[in-house]
Design a protein around this ligand. Structure first.
Ligand SMILES: *[C@@H]1O[C@H](CO)[C@@H](O)[C@H](O)[C@H]1NC(C)=O
Ligand SMILES: *[C@@H]1O[C@H](CO)[C@@H](O)[C@H](O)[C@H]1NC(C)=O
Ligand SMILES: *[C@@H]1O[C@H](CO)[C@@H](O)[C@H](O)[C@H]1NC(C)=O
Ligand SMILES: *[C@@H]1O[C@H](CO)[C@@H](O)[C@H](O)[C@H]1NC(C)=O
Ligand SMILES: *[C@@H]1O[C@H](CO)[C@@H](O)[C@H](O)[C@H]1NC(C)=O
Length: 452
């Protein structure tokens, strides 16, 4: 995935690069052309001008040295005069050269200004682009927004730009659709479009000036701690984006055929209830056993990447550990359920740079999310980002990482080693899955960011 986009970007970069080098070649050609003219001029001058005496006098006798000397004198004068002419010529040539250069620069600029259809569809985002060609509202949203009190030394600028993902401008049609709404009115129900943009790299999305719909007949949430295991009321959700229209449907689809993201996660009574409670000394680590690897109470805050409906965070909250759960709403209101349970959902994809400062989190957990579906390079960036946000001595609980047996020792073990974690626990197991994943190798590991 990452390599592909990289290649695409690279190949799409080529046209503009070629154009540039083309005009440079033209410039070079003109320069050498001028040089040839100049060299020819000098050669002609040498053979017809004052230097021709050398050929005349070389065969003469040296007796009339005086007249020769005189002539030499006059030649010298002529030579001095011609030298002036020569430098004048040089100067003119120089200015012509400059003129040609200026002309070429103008020409290249004109070419760049002309609408170029190949470039319009190019995936390369020209950050100097006029955003208004996509949508007026997007142009307004992105800024620049001048600061009311002028330059701010804290910000280091007098204006602010709204951040959006680099890929946003490559997805022009979808972005245009996303930014089409009544300012001050109700936002379109376009969660699926927005999430699609994010998944394709348009993250963060631009802000909008419209009001999102609220669910009708919303009821106040269940109080803690009961909320941790309570299925929220159907009235807490706007269902239009999902194939299910009720929680009952989401719970029931676990028993039906078809593959859905985190299929069993909405049934808080069954599989969710027993996750991380027991430690089988195999792939399944227990939360209490993991916490016991550190001094009591020192694991306090953390992140669960791709945490579904937030059960990991719920179990950690019961142990007074605050976990932020990153999750998407892939055909299900995952973020809403996490929030309804009284936990903290964060709506970012697995590609997004983690929104935490360096050396801050005590623990990062991820179960059955990270695996060989990710391009190697993307995974490497993710692992280093996890390392970045963990504080020294912080834990990275890699829960059920999956790949093929051949990739295990060849790709992933060296990659984890390279990032620099200490391994506290490490368990590898092959599962002969009758389902979608056949002969899948799993790694469950507890890694630690070194203290020193
Ligand atoms: C050559 O010219 C210089 C002045 O430029 C003069 O002083 C000198 O006498 C001249 N020599 C001859 C041989 O005419
Ligand atoms: C011609 O231009 C070059 C640099 O562009 C400069 O070094 C050189 O002195 C110029 N020659 C004349 C005769 O103006
Ligand atoms: C560029 O995209 C437009 C539609 O967005 C299409 O009509 C046009 O043919 C495309 N041009 C090229 C050169 O691909
Ligand atoms: C969590 O914190 C509360 C209040 O500080 C305390 O009463 C409770 O015993 C703690 N629970 C655990 C499992 O540490
Ligand atoms: C990976 O390497 C370890 C030892 O380095 C070995 O025990 C294990 O069998 C290897 N696993 C696979 C799947 O090749």
């Amino acid at each position: 995935m990452g390599n592909e986009t990289h290649d695409q970007q690279y190949s799409k970069k080529l046209p503009s690069y070629n154009q540039q080098s083309h005009s440079q070649t033209q410039k070079h050609k003109l320069n050498s052309f001028m040089l040839i003219i100049f060299t020819n001029l000098v050669t002609i001058y040498i053979f017809t001008g004052p230097f021709s005496f050398m050929y005349k006098y070389s065969s003469m006798s040296t007796s009339d040295s005086n007249s020769i000397l005189q002539e030499l004198n006059s030649t010298k004068a002529q030579l001095a005069a011609s030298h002036t002419i020569l430098s004048e010529l040089h100067q003119r040539l120089n200015s012509t050269n400059l003129l040609v250069q200026a002309l070429l620069i103008d020409l290249t600029r004109e070419q760049e200004k002309q609408p170029n259809h190949a470039e319009e569809n190019s995936s390369i985002v020209n950050l100097g682009n006029d955003y208004s060609t996509i949508s007026d509202e997007l142009s307004v949203a992105l800024g620049p927004h001048k600061l009311p009190f002028g330059y701010s030394p804290k910000i280091g600028s007098g204006e602010i730009h709204m951040p959006i993902g680099e890929a946003c401008l490559r997805l022009r049609e979808e972005l245009k659709q996303y930014m089409t709404y009544d300012i001050g009115g109700e936002c379109p129900g376009d969660d699926v479009l927005a999430q699609g943009l994010m998944l394709k790299g348009c993250e963060p999305l631009p802000r909008r000036r419209c009001r999102t719909k609220s669910p009708i007949n919303f009821v106040e949430p269940t109080p803690l701690p009961d909320s941790l295991w309570a299925i929220p009321p159907d009235t807490s959700i706007i269902w239009e984006s999902y194939s299910c229209k009720s929680y009952r449907c989401l719970v029931d689809r676990n028993n039906e055929p078809g593959s859905y993201d985190c299929k069993g996660c909405f049934d808080l009574e069954k599989e969710e209830k027993i996750k991380w409670i027991f430690d089988d000394s195999g792939l399944d680590f227990g939360i209490d056993q993991v916490l016991a690897t550190k001094a009591t109470g020192t694991i306090r805050i953390g992140l669960d990447i791709g945490g579904g409906t937030g059960t990991f965070a719920a179990r950690m909250k019961e142990r007074n550990v605050t976990i932020i759960t990153s999750t998407l709403n892939l055909d299900g209101p995952f973020n809403n359920v996490v929030a309804s349970r009284g936990l903290i959902p964060i709506y970012i994809t697995v590609s997004q740079r983690l929104p935490f400062f360096v050396n801050t989190l005590d623990i990062v957990h991820s179960m059955d999310v990270i695996g060989n579906w990710m391009p190697d390079t993307m995974l490497e960036f993710l692992l280093y980002d996890i390392y970045r946000v963990l504080r020294p001595g912080g834990l990275f609980w890699l829960d059920h990482f999956f790949c093929f047996g051949s990739q295990l020792n060849q790709t992933y073990v060296p990659m984890f080693d390279q990032v620099g974690f200490n391994k506290l626990r490490w368990h590898v197991e092959v599962k002969l899955d009758p389902g979608v994943r056949k002969n899948v190798w799993y790694i469950s590991a507890l890694m630690e960011k070194p203290l020193f």
